[in-house]
Write a new protein. Sequence first.
Length: 416
Amino acid sequence: MITNELFFQKEATKEVVKDAYDALYKEMVTDEVGYYTLPQSDMLLKIEGFIEDYDLEVKGIKNIVVIGIGGSSLGTKAIDTLLSHTPNRNNLNLIFMENVDPIEIDKNLKNLLFEESFFIMISKSGSTIETTSHVKYLIDRYDAPVDSSRFREHFTFVTDRNSPLDDFGREYEVPCFHIPANVGGRFSVLSAVGLLPLTLLGYDTRALLAGANALKESFFDRQEDDLIQKAYYYTTHSKDFPINVLFSYSSAFSAFNDWYVQLWGESLGKIDKTQNHVGMTPVGIVGSIDQHSFLQLLIEGPRDKTVTMIKVKDFQTPLTIPDVHLPKLEKTDFINNHTFNELINAQCDATMQSIKDQGISVDMIEIEKLDAYNVGYMIMYYELLTSLCGYFLGINTYDQPGVELGKVILKEKFAN
């Protein structure tokens, strides 16, 4: 179970709420935007069939290597980090080849054996420069030419149907999984982009999709008014509060925070219909670590932020702080015999109260436990919230012209 309590004024009228539901419903039923229907697609069946036929154990696979960047990797990394403590996770290593930082590439591949690795190349366009550069390097390093069985047996592609990468896969008989054309990369984690590596790792991806679908169904049954109220408040006050801080009280959310930053930044930082530059700057921080640093800025710094707290009620790891007394440090003994679960949640509550007391707009997302169902719910929650904010800002939430401009400039640099 997940709840969200808003500690600021709900300002959207019934008419505004109705129009927001209508706008997103139109996006879904006209197939303008495809992420809404991913939880009900048949992609997982195809992936399960592929995994059964491929048989990682028989082939001696020990490493799953995801080659992709941004929306092709961040969602998978977020879900794996959130669920890595669960018993479903197998012992396969998950390696991400994202940045073209040569130090990171060398570190990732230092002890990696090609024969023990399964490589998933992910690119919607099929021509992402970072991704193709990594694959070229792997082919050369491991002597695996594209027309060899060595390449075919250790690679698969995830891309748009009929993209250059899809054409490449057909020509060289490399298995391909397709991303719906109406699903943008940063909204694609519940497609083959995330489902393939996560299912290979043993996660309950059926429960992941069920959690996402539960919220989607509830939303389109018009039972999620607070989600609309939140988006409306953020966007109508975005000039006064241009920064949104996601304060997650668990280290497991570190990669989820990164996914949120991309989703929020790339979707909402736009030029609107009246040629105004709009959007909200996303900041992801982790408690209790960052309450010793960023909290000072929140409390006494500029009042230009809204804050969302994420709290996990039950970490399902019953570690207790023992009744140990440290000489000269007796003032910390009040916490003895309490669990770390109690401590981190008390810190979360105390931090939120201090933020509320300063009149800062804050809301609390409370998650019963970190399991696949709740993580799927959270993915859909932030995707819907992003779509709602884009609607209220009057922008195209799903394009990224600023990113494309940088790609053009890069190509020109190497052409000269």
